[in-house]
Design a protein around this ligand. Sequence first.
Ligand SMILES: NC(=O)c1ccc[n+]([C@@H]2O[C@H](COP(=O)([O-])OP(=O)(O)OC[C@H]3O[C@@H](n4cnc5c(N)ncnc54)[C@H](O)[C@@H]3O)[C@@H](O)[C@H]2O)c1
Length: 260
Amino acid sequence: MIDLKDNVTLITGGGSGIGRETCLAFTKAGAIVVVVDIDVEGGEKTVSLIEKLGGESIFIEADVSKSSDVENYVNKTMEKYGRIDTFFNNAGITGPSCPIHEYPEDMFDKVVAINMKGVFLGLKYVLAVMIKQGSGSIINTSSTSGMKGYVNLCAYSSTKHAVVGLTRISAGEVAQTGVRVNAICPGPVDTGLIERLASGTGRTAEEQAEIKKRISLVSTPRGRFADVNEVARVVIFLASNYSEFINGAVLPIDAGITAI
Ligand SMILES: NC(=O)c1ccc[n+]([C@@H]2O[C@H](COP(=O)([O-])OP(=O)(O)OC[C@H]3O[C@@H](n4cnc5c(N)ncnc54)[C@H](O)[C@@H]3O)[C@@H](O)[C@H]2O)c1
């Protein structure tokens, strides 16, 4: 098992799904985990789960699309722990599923604000700290939809492409500083995000179950969703010294979706 004892790890979207599972996996690896989320209840629940495991954690409420909130979660982490070793820049939303000519402009703006600007702001404020430290690993959450176009998800898929761009650009900018920036591209993982995508508006329980089944069977060659842990383990690897020479990588976690 990878040892991340006392690694100060900041995780956005830590209040549920992939973010929460990654918080717990880092705790088990010995890290101190700062949980960031817009959802106070979810974030505090994650902290209580971490404490049950005997780990150390604090929760900081933030909307990742707001500059002042991002500056605040970075400042508070620095005040409390004095450094940031790992940053999992992970919070995101899907937005609605419909073709571009029907896509609501306000929802497009919202998805861009959270998925693209939120990742940019996280990089902006955390990189300033890590460059000064001369060390640190950042993992941005893109998606398989950041590697190929997903129809009916124009805002989601294009913002996840933007996360790939931001990863490559920042990795180049910090290549000689001791800091690394990589992106993960999970295929479908059975979290609240998929649940909300399947529920849409006015669908029956049977229709929702059918959509989930279709997503899992059609979109992964293994015929199943990824487990949240299968994602968390890759994040741990990218945070650790085992990935020391990996910078600017865009890593699918998708059982081969993007390869074939
Ligand atoms: N579930 C999947 O199939 C899948 C696949 C590929 C990529 N992803 C990506 O993984 C990341 C995590 O998704 P998940 O599946 O765990 O979904 P999730 O909905 O369970 O978790 C997302 C978390 O982000 C938080 N969040 C949303 N908007 C926020 C904001 N403005 N500020 C701060 N926090 C905010 C939510 O409260 C929630 O806790 C997202 O970036 C998503 O796009 C998910």
